[in-house]
Design a protein around this ligand. Structure first.
Ligand SMILES: [Zn+2]
Length: 57
């Protein structure tokens, strides 16, 4: 039995709006109008969708 993967591009299924990204080089530090979007993985770790910096709230 094989688990087939879809051919769709990776689109975050679950995004959450949290606080500012703690990566000083993140684009959200410059583009203040961008929503602070994070994806939460199965371990409960949130990562910035722009730079994948781990969010520690
Ligand atoms: Zn970021």
């Amino acid at each position: 039995m094989l688990e087939s993967e879809t051919d769709n591009p990776v689109i975050p299924e679950h995004t959450e709006v949290l606080g500012d990204c703690q990566n000083p080089h993140c684009i959200t530090q410059v583009e203040s109008s961008l929503p602070r979007l994070y994806t939460r993985n199965e371990k409960g770790v949130c990562r910035c969708v722009y730079c994948e910096h781990e969010y520690q709230g």
